[in-house]
Design a protein around this ligand. Sequence first.
Ligand code: ADP
Length: 471
Amino acid sequence: MSLRKWINFRNSLAFRLTLWYAGVFTISSFVAFLLFYILITSFIQGRTDEELLNQANRFSALFIAEGVEAVKNDAVIEAQAAGIKKVFFRFLSMNGQVFSSSNISYWKDIHINETAIKKLLQGSSHVFETITIPDHKDKVRILYAFLSPRIILQVGQAMESYSRFLDAFKGIFITTMTFLIVIATGVGWFMARRAVSGVEAVTRTARNITGGTLEERVPVKERGDEIDQLAMTFNQMLDRIQTLVIEIKEMSDNIAHDLKGPITRIRGIAELTLTNGKSMNEYENMAASTIEECDRLLDMINTMLLISKTESGAGKLSREQINLAGLLRRACELFEPTAEDKRVTLSCDVPNECHLMGDNRMIQRMLSNLLDNAVKYTPSGGAVKISLSENDEKEVVIIVRDTGVGISPVDLPRVFERFYRCDQSRSEPGIGLGLSLARAIARAHGGDITATSTPNQGSTFTVMLPKSAKK
Ligand code: ADP
């Protein structure tokens, strides 16, 4: 493994999770072993202490019954019977001087513990100590106790079973811990790999997308866990990005298309005038046509900028008290002549007054876009009805209903997109920005516009605006 690969591996989540898992597992097992060890050793020590105390009690009873000589003899016999490397006895005077003992050759390194003697003299019934002697395999447990009020007994016993247990324990401990660490690392690695495999799938997909394939999606395993949720959220995000990319592409195609027309016309007129133009009049006509086309272009560019500003909130709306009823009536009056020319009936059902807080100019623009569309897309003999009311949620509701060409179900969800124009309306003048601007204005006021339509029967656009426009 190269250094770089090792660094990547060491920094990986799977590696760290494995380390944590193996670490926690090992520490827990170690603690369990430690508790077991403490329990067993204290049990073994307790048993040794009990044996030593029994021995002391037996000597005391013998001392009372038969005197000190009998005890001394018994101690020698007892030590020999048990084995001189296993047990020893010493009899001490009150100042700690040894006056008799069993065979002590093996135990000569064990001295009299003055602190223990002091403790006995201070009133303790017995004192225990454990000592380790160099070159001796086993530890020694020693008891100091009174044989009589003037004689102290020192009994020592090699802690054989303790050492045996310790040896066995060491072997089992090392084998089991090695086994547990290997198992814990294996299981930890398996679990960590399983957990991060989903994250890796997301990373792989993200990498492929960076390489240019926006269609790719992370496979969802249907386990309903966090990784599945991450994958689903990531896929939803990709869907959204893909839609946006397609929209942006369509929009730039539309912009290019809409710019191409006027620019080609300007160029055509200029070329024609240059080659054929002889009089001042022809040059004046060319200038007039150029201005007209430029105005159209400027209008389109300004509307696009206005939509962007309104959507992003960059162009601050003014907040003023507006009588929406009056505004609607005036808009209807404005479109009355166009409607009459087309023989479309325009009716306006609005109350005397209906106030809300908002930007007068922007709302005027939104209304005129909706009315313009309604009249434009309604053939002669049709009708356009405008109504204004208030609902229970402190919103004003403007409904613009027409009996025009209608919008197909395929087009309906897209009519609010920038530059989107339904096929059947391409013959009418327009650039496909009116509804985008209208929706941007409604949303900037905290409201919205929705549309319903039946092809060849008509459309209904409903605007909802809160009475006190949100900041
Ligand atoms: P346009 O400048 O083309 O009118 P809009 O953004 O105002 O742009 O409208 C987008 C498209 O939605 C229109 O091209 C038209 O196809 C459709 N549309 C809008 N309003 C109506 C309506 N009242 N009746 C039928 N179609 C409509």
